[in-house]
Design a protein around this ligand. Sequence first.
Ligand code: NAD
Length: 436
Amino acid sequence: MKIAVVGTGYVGLVTGTCFSETGNTVTCIDIDARKVRKLSSGEITIYEPGLEHLFQRNLKEGRLRFTTSLVDGISDAQIIFLALPTPPGKDGAADLSYVLGVADELGNLLDDYKVIVDKSTVPVGTADKVREVIARKYKGEFDVVSNPEFLREGVAVDDFMKPDRVVIGTRSERAQRLFRELYAPFVRQGNPVLFMDERSAELAKYAANAFLATKISFMNEIARMCELLGADVDMVRRAIGSDERIGKRFLFPGIGYGGSCFPKDVQALARSAAEVGYPFRILESVMHVNESQKVYLVPKIMDYFKGRLQGRKIALWGLAFKPNTDDIREAPALYIIEALLAEGVHVHAFDPEAMPNVRQLLGDRISYGTDQYSVLEDADALIIATEWSVFRTPDFEKMDAAFAQKVIFDGRNVFEVPQMQALGYYYESVGRQPAA
Ligand code: NAD
């Protein structure tokens, strides 16, 4: 098939590359000329495990190309995916200006039957809006389909190539036939392609993210109870996770969720609820808990240093909002950094992939290490904000040599408490009793 993808960010680039991998011819379109230039010349613009290899192969074999021109990019496409930003607007509702702006341009450009697909996460009713905007200018036949994306950054290629399910919101049989064919190579193991109406598909994406965020905030509250009551959250987690109705995944407490999806999607769903006169109380609490969880370690650090943080040097492992990505959008580490800078702390950070993005955002307001050990030199304490695998099994001898103070505040529970006790660390984590 011939496919166009409008918006070549995380979702657009993964979508475009993976569709080209199954033999389709894909044109990715982006308004960012620098990004398009880089991608056209074979330089990948995001870090995503496994993506580079597929990107290079399909680029070389001519199934994947990049352009800044919408008219050129969609000219022979049968299906046009919109993988555009839907950031939170001032009131928390999703800002649809990117999606509707491109829909408006498409109204001028369409000249035969095409399927326009909302891959962006968009509120219920957006497919109708996109259809209306296009139909104002284009009087021919076309379909608008909602095909929300469930990939996770860090494992995006696997998620896209072998999705747990594909959700297709459309009542058009013609569009359904195209989508059955398009997704067939991705569901060969038998995972479902679920056809439904547009509104259900749109709500399904928000419901999924809101449910996962709720699980995280719930466990973070259980973790706080564990600390106050002298219990161990790891034990509680294992005990409840063995119950199949609850499940083992997504029960790990920490310093809150971040990223470009959970915070904005929870907020947007709460806003959608308010717009139809329904106060979605659980979501209000989920957001409230997460706000405080992001900086949960700061008062602990403050207590440890008896309120005297001015002039201290604190090392920070992890800047990305989660491991295996360079994405720092809404990363809890950034909130911790701001809180520490406000107290006059010198922050010395290391992250395997996200340092260039943080440098762009914060410049030299903090300093950056060459590896995870270099930031420990002269540090008064270490904070762990992202659970990269390289942080889980460090060379403790090397650590000891660099890090005289041996004080760790672990926001991701990467170490075991008895292990740190034996190694002589002061160690505080989330939902477990400290090792002193
Ligand atoms: P992103 O910011 O990484 O990428 C968006 C891209 O669109 C950028 O490259 C930008 O330059 C481009 N763009 C903006 N306006 C444009 C225009 N008029 N024409 C062409 N290109 C334009 O965003 P993302 O993370 O890929 O997210 C896109 C959508 O997918 C959002 O709705 C998001 O909620 C959803 N989503 C994201 C993820 C994720 O993990 N990142 C997962 C599922 C769903």
